[in-house]
Design a protein around this ligand. Sequence first.
Ligand code: ZN
Ligand code: ZN
Length: 700
Amino acid sequence: MKPAESGVVQVAVEAPTHTGLGAPLDYLSERPLSPGTLVRVPLGKREVTGIVWQGAHHEAAPEGLKSVTEALAALPPLGAAWCELVAFSSGYYQRGVGELAMAVLPPELRKLDDRQIANRIAKLHKASAAAPASPDPGSLQPELPPPSPEQEAALARLAEAERTGDAPTVLLHGVTGSGKTEVYLRAAAKALAAGKQVLVLVPEINLTPQLEARFAQRFAGRRIVAQHSGLTPAQRLRHWLAAHLGLADLVLGTRLAVFASMPRLGLIVVDEEHDPSYKQQEGARYSARDLAVYRGKLEHATVLLGSATPSLETWQRANEGRYVRLALAQRIGGGALPAVRLVDMNAMPKAKGGGGALSPPLVAALQERIARGEQSLVFLNRRGYAPVLHCGECGWKSACPHCSAWRVFHKLDRSLRCHHCGFSERVPRACPECGNLDISPIGRGTERLEEQLAELLRSETGPPARIARIDADSTRTKGSLESQLGAVHAGDVDVLVGTQMVTKGHDFRRVTLVAAVNPDGSLFSSDFRAPERLFALLLQAGGRAGRDAAHAARSELWVQTWHPQHALYAALKRHDFEAFAASQLEERAAAGLPPYSSLALLRADARTPEAAREFLQAAAELAATLPGADAVMLYPPVPPVVARVADVERMQMLIESPSRAALQRFLAIWLPAIHTLRRDRAAASQRVLRWAVDVDPLAI
Ligand SMILES: [Zn+2]
Ligand SMILES: [Zn+2]
C-alpha cells in the first residue's frame, strides 16, 4: 500500500435494507485507510457515517467514483474481530452490514468530527491517568468469604475447561440463591489478573445498578463502565470509548453491549441466559446470548452462561457436550428451596361479583405472614385495573379502534388505554353504544388485585396491611422503582403486588411467600415456548422467597391453578428443572421444533390483511423456484395473535428447516430476491408497508 496514491476503499454505510445497499460500497480515498476506520462519505444527497470494510486497493477507480469526505482518524480503527462479529451478525440475521454496524455503535459517533473525537479521547486518557493506575493488590480483596464447596468445584471445573479447551462455552446451572454471582466475580478476577477485559451481560437495565455495585466493590480501582439504552448519548459514547481504548476493564450492559468494542476481551458472562430480553425485537433481530457464544469463539474468550432455568437450546447443547456444564444445586447458607403449594381453583367456592382472584387459603397464608412480620409477593402478569370494560346491556366492549385488541381499564387515571398502540381515552360515563350507565370491568390486572388485597387483608384489630405495587405503570417516573424497592427492603411493605417485573433478580430478604395468581394461560398457548417461559418465571419468582436462611425453612411458592395435575406443575413441585427440560425436549423432538430444527419468520405489514397475505404468498411462490428450496419448509401465511396494531395489518409466514446451515443458505438467496420482487411487482407488493425477517424468532 503506497501512502501517496489514491485507491478504492470499501465502506459499509448505513443504508436501510430495503434500498438494497446492504453490501459495502466503493469510494475513492486519497490515502490508505485501515479496515475498521470510521469515515464520512456521500450517499445520494446525504453524507453518512460508514466503516472502512476493506482498505485501499489499487484497481483503477471507475469513472465518477465519489471520494471519502472525512476519515475519523483520531479514533483507533475497530478491530478485525469486531468487524467479523458484525459481518457474521449481518449475514446471520439478514441485515445490511453497515446498517447493523451503525445501529450498534454510539449514535454520537455520527455527529462528531475528527477533532471533537480527538478531544473526547484526550479527556478520557487524562481522567484515566488521574485515577490510580493499577489497583493496590493489598486492598483489592479484603476479607472475602471462602467459596462454598460447590462454588469451589465449579471454579475448578471452569479452570480445567479453560486449560484443556480453547475458549470453552460454559453453562453455569445454579438454583436461585446458589451464588452464581460469586462464580462470575471469581472468574472475572482471574481474567482481569491476566490482563484481560470482561464483558457482563444482564437482561434488564434495572438489574445493572446492583450488579455494578457488586463488581465495583469487588474490583476497587478497576474501571467499570455500563452500556445500555438508559444512558445519555454523551455517557454512552464515553463508556464505549473507554472500552474501545482499553481503559475500562469491565463492561456491564444489556444486549446491546455484546457489540462493545473490547480489544482485550477474555471473558463474557451472560447472566440469566434464558431471558427473552436478550433477543432484539426490531431492526436486526439478533440474540445477544447467541452472539456472545459466537464472539467467545472468535476472540478466544471463555463464555459463562448462567441460569437457574437454562433455555432449552442451551440445555440441549450442554447435553450434547458442546457446552461444559457446571452445577450449583445448593442455596448458599444451606437454605431450603421454597415449598410449592398448588391451589386447586376447581375446589374453591365460586366467588360472587367478579372477585375471587385470591383463594381463601392464600388470603389466610398472607394474613399469617403479616402477623409474623414477614413479607409476601403476589404477581399477576397483567397491568392495569381490568383488561376490558363491558356493557351488560348491549355487549359493547372496550375495543381499540386501531388494533385487534381490547383497551385496558386503568382506574387510577380513569383511562382506557391500548397497550399495543398507546391510544388512550377517558373512561366513558356510559356505554358509548346504548347509553347504559352500568358498564363494568371484566377480569383483573395488578391495580385491581392491589385493591382487592387491601379489602381482603383489612384487619379489625391491627393496623391495615401495607401494600405496594410494582409494574410498568407504577414505575414510570425516574427513580420510582428504586424508591419502591427501597420501601420493600426497609420492611415498610407487607405485600408487594406486581407483574413479572418483581420476579427478576431482586434480593428480598424478608419475603417468605410468593404467589402466582393466575399463571395457567401459558399452559395452552399456541407459542411452543410458553411452557418453558412459565416454568422459568415461576421458579425464578419462587426464588425470591427465603433468600434469608433464617426464613428459608418456611418459605413457600403458591400457584393458583385450574390444572393442578399438569406435568409442568408436577415438575415445579419437585424443583426438577432436569425432568421438565427432558419432557419438553422430547416434545420438541417429536414435533421437529427448536433446538431440533431452525426457524425464521417472514413478516409483512400492510393496510389490509389481503395485501400482506398476497405479498407473503408471492414470496413463497418465488421461494419454490430457488435452489435449496427443498431443504426448507414454508408454512402458509397466518396473522399473529394481535393481527392489527395502530391500523396496520400484520401477517407472518414460518420457514423451517432441520438444518441451520441450509436455512441460512436459502435465506441468503431468497431475501435479495424478495427485494427485487418488491421493486418489480408494482401491484401487490407495493401495497406492503414493510417486511422483515426474524431468524430464530422467540415468539411465534
Ligand atoms: Zn351498551
Ligand atoms: Zn391500539
